[in-house]
Structure formats: structure tokens, C-alpha cells
Design a protein around this ligand. Structure first.
Ligand SMILES: O=C(O)[C@H](O)CO
Length: 332
């Protein structure tokens, strides 16, 4: 019986929220939607104004962008707000202290996106190791090198793959690489993971991982502790053939230091799905480098995964507003 909840207003911060998730919400609540909020871009105040008009009186916010959840937004929403359901695994755009102080819950969408993001991590490994940027450039110019020693890449076969953060995504990367004849998997993080044994991944210190790995895959959330964890100093500990892959957040990497290292061929290549800022301006100096392979933050961007994320977020809203525990709470 949904008549009790129908008067509750739920905001969906985008009009491209998958229909599967919308259906769940509309069964229970009155849904209001805003246009896509183009976070990070100045001059898009019209959509922000839109949002600020719709937000008062909402019981839950379903959040589809990385636009910050700020004090201003929460003030505007009002005291009846019970939940922010971010439709992402990452929640570095949410002000946790403000949420906690107000007793507002936060949910995210982990797990359902791990395989899609891991697939992109493997894609970035291949793209960087096999020099997709240079090779695609040749195709586009119609000037293929034809020699036996044309643009030569590196194998995944026989390599050491280091995973920084063996959580859901990190584990999914190892599983997906099972057929690639990787010689050794190592990982680092706060603590040893019970799942690592079955995956054949060895727990090492960060310094050991940096020194041993041919591929270094970043699969950690962005926090004060992980910000710029890839910097001049840590890059200095890597092998000269190292390939850095990032499917977390742009700020895990000090992009100045990465640029210098790629430019000077101190390391072999980088494959990123995330940058600071996003979009990366098209005249950004990283994009001048042949050994830099970039995708526009598409880790979880598949039809199935986005639908799964939407349904999970919607069910978190249903639970929060009907007094049940969240399916995927973020501990505040
Ligand atoms: O955090 C995530 O889930 C991805 O970056 C998509 O927002």
C-alpha cells in the first residue's frame, strides 16, 4: 500500500535517470526531476537555479552527478530530508560531516558496477600497453606504419599486475584477467583481504607494489589519504616500463607529476578513465602525449549497469522512507 508515501517528494537530479529506477520511485512517491546538472562547469547556473527551486520539501535526493552535496543544498532542502542516494560508488562529492550533523542518511551504488568498471580497467591496460592513442592516430591520419618494428607495445602476459585497493572493483579486475597469463598479482591497501587468497593475489606494501608492478591499477576511493597518492615521489619508485591505470577519481593522481613522467618516458604509459577536471580541456597538455590513453569517465556506463545502479538507488529510497535499513549505506 503506497498511499502513505505518495505525498512524499523525491528529487531525481537528472532527466536521464534510467526508466527501471524511475518506475520503482514512481510506484511509491511523487517524483520531481531536474535537467542534467552539468557539474563543474561555470555558467550553468540556470540548471542550478532549477534545482534549488525543486529541492525544498524533498524527502530524498537521488543524485546522478558529481555536483557537490553542499550545506547550501541541504539547507535549501529542509529538515524533512531523510536520504541522499548518490547513483555512484564514489561519494567524495558529498559533505559527510554536514549529512551526519543533520541525521541525513547516505547511500551509494557499490558492487553492481564492479564488473563494468573492471572491464574498463582491462580496456585501459590494453589501450595504454598496446599504444592505442598513437595507433588510432595513425588510422585517423591514414598513415599506418607498416614495418615489422612499427609502434610496438607491451604484453599483459607474463607481467606483474599491482592493484591498489582490492575492493569490489579491484577483485573484479583480477578475475577478469584470469585468462591473460599474468605472472603475478600483488595488491596493497589498509589490510589483507580474505578474498585475495582465492584470487592468487599477494599482499605487499605500497613501496613493494610500486617497485614490482608492470601495471599499477588504482581502484581506491578518493579521500584525504589517497589524494595525489600517485605523485613525483611514488612515480620515482616505479619501473621504467610501468603503466598506470586509474578507474577511481582523477585526484588520486598528481597530473603535473604524471605529465612529467610520461613526457620524459620515466614510465611507459598511463590509461585513465578519470581526470581533474572532467571534462579534461581538449588543449590540456596531457592530451599531447602519445603514451597517454584517456576515456571520458565511462567505467560504469553500460545500459545494464546504469539500470542496476538506478534500481539500487531507488530501492534505497524506498527503504529509507518506509523505515527499513538501507541496502547499501555509506557509514557516516
Ligand atoms: O563513482 C562511480 O560510481 C562512478 O564514477 C560513476 O559516477
Amino acid at each position: 500500500n503506497n498511499t502513505m508515501t505518495k505525498n512524499l517528494k523525491v528529487l531525481v537530479s537528472s532527466n536521464d535517470f534510467p526508466a527501471s529506477g524511475l518506475k520503482v520511485l514512481e510506484e511509491h512517491f511523487t517524483v520531481v526531476q531536474t535537467k542534467y546538472l552539468n557539474f563543474g562547469e561555470e555558467g550553468k547556473t540556470q540548471t542550478k537555479e532549477d534545482l534549488l527551486k525543486l529541492i525544498p520539501g524533498c524527502s530524498a535526493l537521488v543524485w546522478l552527478s558529481h555536483h557537490p552535496i553542499t550545506k547550501e543544498l541541504l539547507d535549501r532542502a529542509g529538515p524533512q530530508l531523510k536520504l541522499v542516494a548518490t547513483v555512484s560508488a564514489g561519494y567524495n562529492h558529498c559533505n559527510l560531516d554536514e549529512l551526519k550533523a543533520r541525521g541525513i542518511k547516505l547511500s551509494n551504488t557499490p558492487n553492481v558496477l564492479a564488473s563494468a568498471v573492471a572491464e574498463i580497467a582491462v580496456g585501459l591496460m590494453l589501450g595504454a600497453a598496446r599504444r592505442f592513442t598513437e595507433n588510432l592516430d595513425q588510422v585517423r591520419r591514414g598513415e599506418w606504419e607498416t614495418g615489422f618494428d612499427k609502434v610496438l607495445g607491451q604484453d599483459i602476459r607474463g607481467s606483474t599486475v599491482g592493484i591498489i585497493g582490492l575492493g569490489g572493483i579491484g577483485q573484479a579486475v583480477v578475475k577478469r584477467l584470469a585468462g591473460f597469463e599474468v605472472s603475478k598479482f600483488v595488491y596493497t591497501g589498509h589490510r589483507e583481504k580474505p578474498e585475495a587468497k582465492a584470487l592468487g593475489a599477494e599482499f605487499v606494501t605500497q613501496d613493494q607494489l610500486l617497485a614490482q608492478s608492470d601495471f599499477i591499477v588504482l581502484a581506491v576511493p578518493l579521500t584525504n589519504e589517497t589524494k595525489h597518492m600517485i605523485n613525483k615521489e611514488t612515480i620515482g619508485k616505479m619501473k621504467s616500463n610501468a603503466i598506470v591505470v586509474n578507474v577511481g577519481r582523477g585526484d588520486l593522481v598528481d597530473q603535473e607529476a604524471l605529465y612529467d613522467a610520461l613526457k620524459n618516458k620515466q614510465i611507459y604509459a598511463a590509461g585513465l578513465d578519470v581526470t581533474t577536471p572532467e571534462p579534461l580541456p581538449k588543449d590540456h597538455k596531457l592530451l599531447t602525449l602519445p603514451n597517454f590513453f584517456l576515456l571520458p569517465h565511462i567505467g560504469s556506463a553500460t545500459v545494464r549497469t546504469r539500470s542496476d545502479m538506478a534500481v539500487l538507488a531507488a530501492n534505497n529510497v524506498v527503504n529509507a522512507l518506509t523505515g527499513k535499513p538501507l541496502l547499501t549505506p555509506v557509514n557516516l
